[in-house]
Design a binder for this molecule. Structure first.
Ligand SMILES: *Cc1c(COP(=O)(O)O)cnc(C)c1O
Length: 401
């Protein structure tokens, strides 16, 4: 019986993927075991983050790294590091940035709900470019000169939300940032796999890159990774760690924090509320190691097998047309798209998604293309044993139309 039953709850069948609202990916078994073991022993968090920094640096090619409370917390800490650098007076003031350089430049077409995480540190977003394609009024994307024209003495960073179609090219934005002495923050939360992306954004010149721990890495949902420049990661650590210590007795790991660069000892910073527990850090590091070792390739094969079995199961159902995206030898997780013949079924994709959720067992699917009459199914939140009941629910919902 499920552990949730004692609270009167039934687990869902999660075909919606790594979305936080449905709990995200199923944790890698090695990460879950490490979490349980780490919970049974204590470790100072600065030492653990010092070890994490080395492991993340090795995996990403960055100078340093840090485990955050998710990629969104990674964005807030990135902004805080760019705003304060190693000035402990500014660390103490955040999110109050009155009178200080506080602008982060972002392309208008990349604005999204997660940029609240940048503003939370006290940054003001300055939008550049147009959104002409979505407006149907033009063919061009944001261009590098538009970012450059917005740089001023008030600028602390450029934020860049990475996906395979992001524009302008990251390398060009990084070259601009280096030339103008402005930090470049990259949100790559959902960009794993491919594994090459662990190093790609750092290699392209990003100063800080954030990844989710609970998406493709299959670590704890509440974790994330920051990889980047040593001085910025030191600022992140100082604004995140619990600092209720005596300066004279504190001996932080040298690779993470160099006290000689500080003119005093800061109090708890803006990131103190984004704490990450030792067992979460350990589990994330184990998940990262498994990912780097290539475990996710076995996931790709298993996800294919599961989605193919599901596609076969519903293949004869009138009104549903399944199609798998992503080949088995591609370095990405496959997706099953189910096109709904809304006329034939007398049901819209929205109605089907709603019925799937409200029935038993409750099924959640990806909702990003419901308006086109398409259900999007991911395998990363599905147990092998849930494939058959998922097919049954899909067939039952469509049979009762
Ligand atoms: C998922 C996501 C985040 C947030 O990641 P968490 O690890 O859930 O905090 C931020 N940015 C983008 C683009 C994402 O897809």
């Amino acid at each position: 019986m499920s552990v949730y039953a004692q609270f009167g709850l039934e687990p869902i069948i999660n075909a919606a993927g790594t979305s936080t609202r449905v709990g995200g990916a199923l944790m890698h078994p090695a990460a879950a075991a490490a979490m349980r073991d780490a919970a049974g022993a204590c470790i100072p968090l600065d030492r653990l983050q010092g070890a994490a920094s080395r492991i993340i640096a090795e995996a990403t090619g960055a100078e340093a790294g840090y485990v955050t409370a998710g990629a969104a917390a990674g964005l807030t800490l990135s902004a805080a590091a760019c705003l304060a650098a190693l000035d402990i007076g500014v660390m103490d003031r955040l999110p109050n940035t009155r009178g200080l350089p506080n602008e982060i430049i972002v392309s208008r077409e990349q604005r999204n709900g997660y940029d609240h995480a940048l503003r939370a540190a006290g940054a003001r977003l300055v939008e550049v470019g147009m959104n002409e394609r979505v407006a149907g009024a033009g063919v061009r994307r944001t261009e590098v000169w538009e970012i450059e024209a917005a740089i001023s003495e008030r600028t602390v960073a450029v934020a860049y939300f990475a996906n395979p179609d992001s524009a302008p090219p990251l390398e060009e934005v990084a070259a601009l940032c280096r030339r103008r002495g402005v930090a470049l923050i990259v949100d790559a939360a959902g960009q794993l796999p491919p594994a090459a992306n662990l190093r790609r954004f750092v290699a392209a010149g990003a100063d800080l890159v954030t990844f989710s721990g609970g998406k493709g890495l299959r670590g704890p949902q509440s974790t994330g990774i920051l990889a980047g420049r040593r001085d910025l990661i030191m600022s992140v650590a100082l604004q995140h760690l619990d600092l209720d210590e005596h300066w004279s007795t504190w001996d932080p790991p040298q690779n993470l924090i160099n006290p000689e660069r500080l003119r005093g000892f800061p109090r708890h910073g803006i990131g103190r509320g984004f704490k990450v527990a030792r067992e979460e850090i350990v589990a994330l590091l184990v998940a990262l190691r498994c990912f780097v070792a290539g475990d996710y390739r076995a996931d790709i094969a298993r996800f294919h097998a599961n989605l193919e079995a599901l596609a076969d199961d519903i293949g004869d159902t009138p009104g549903l047309r399944p199609c798998i995206l992503g080949a088995i030898d591609e370095d990405r997780f496959p997706i099953l798209e189910i096109a709904v013949d809304e006329q034939r079924l007398g049901l819209t994709a929205f109605q089907i998604a709603r019925r799937l959720k409200s029935g038993t067992p409750s099924v959640y699917v990806g909702e990003g293309r419901l308006h086109e009459g398409v259900l999007v199914l991911h395998a990363i939140g599905l147990d092998d044993a849930q494939i058959r009941p998922l097919g049954e629910r899909l067939r039952a919902v469509c049979a009762n139309s």
